[in-house]
Design a protein around this ligand. Structure first.
Ligand code: 5GP
Length: 217
């Protein structure tokens, strides 16, 4: 017997370079019942990114039109670019019991948590040190020196929002941090409040005892 449940909005946030996108990739590879919410952005595509897989890349004009037409579930300006989550796909997935993974910043997380209709679990990923963060930004993010400097100064602002999240993980080791995220995901899935058929299942289980009792009196 498999108990049904609604999908969870599973949010990962961190300062840029803390490893959240690598963790997200591991989760998506290891867990079949979660899908990535693919955002729209006005920033340029990086060399290793794939259009439609990492982001949908659009112009500022197109982005503003989508804001007007209420296309986004949440959106924010991060650094000098706009980022937004398309509403329709997320709603479809969670109503089919599929969990959705979000790689978004604290502003987006705040907007999602203000929406009562959603079941949100949020995790904040921290880098192990400032030095590691800087190195990751330089080597992995392929950003220009100016961009790295800007992102380093924004990192401390982003980190100040850690208290708004249910869980905090220090990403010392990618494999270890990903397993911790998976453990949280699996435990949250089992929470009683999320099992929508549980009452019926319990009634069914208890009815066996009643039938047995009636038969033998
Ligand atoms: P990056 O340019 O490094 O891919 O992302 C910059 C920041 O924007 C990251 O913190 C990332 O999580 C955040 N971000 C990406 N997509 C979205 C989105 O749809 N909404 C919000 N609010 N933030 C996003």
């Amino acid at each position: 017997m498999k108990l049904n449940r609604r999908g969870i909005l599973f949010v990962l946030s961190s300062p840029s370079g803390a490893g959240k996108s690598s963790i997200a990739k591991k989760i998506l590879n290891k867990d079949e019942n979660i899908r990535l919410s693919i955002s729209y952005t006005t920033r340029k595509k990086r060399k290793d990114e794939v259009k439609g897989k990492d982001y949908n890349y659009i112009s500022i004009k197109e982005f503003k039109e989508k804001i007007k037409s209420n296309y986004f579930l949440e959106w924010a300006k991060v650094f000098d670019n706009y980022y937004g989550t398309p509403r329709n796909l997320v709603q479809k997935k969670i109503s089919n019991g599929i969990d959705v993974l979000f790689d978004i910043d604290w502003q987006g997380t705040q907007q999602l948590s203000e929406n009562d209709g959603f079941d949100l679990v949020s995790i904040f990923i921290l880098p192990p040190s400032k030095k590691v963060l800087e190195t990751r930004l330089k080597t992995i993010a392929q950003d220009t020196t100016l961009e790295v400097r800007k992102r380093m100064s924004q990192a401390s602002d982003e980190i100040s929002h850690y208290m708004e999240y249910s869980y905090v993980i220090v990403n010392n080791d990618l494999e270890n941090a990903s397993n911790q995220v998976l453990n949280i995901l699996n435990a949250e899935r089992l929470k009683r409040k999320r099992l929508i058929d549980l009452n019926d299942f319990i009634k069914f289980l208890r009815s066996w005892g009643l039938k047995f009792f009636i038969k033998y009196i």
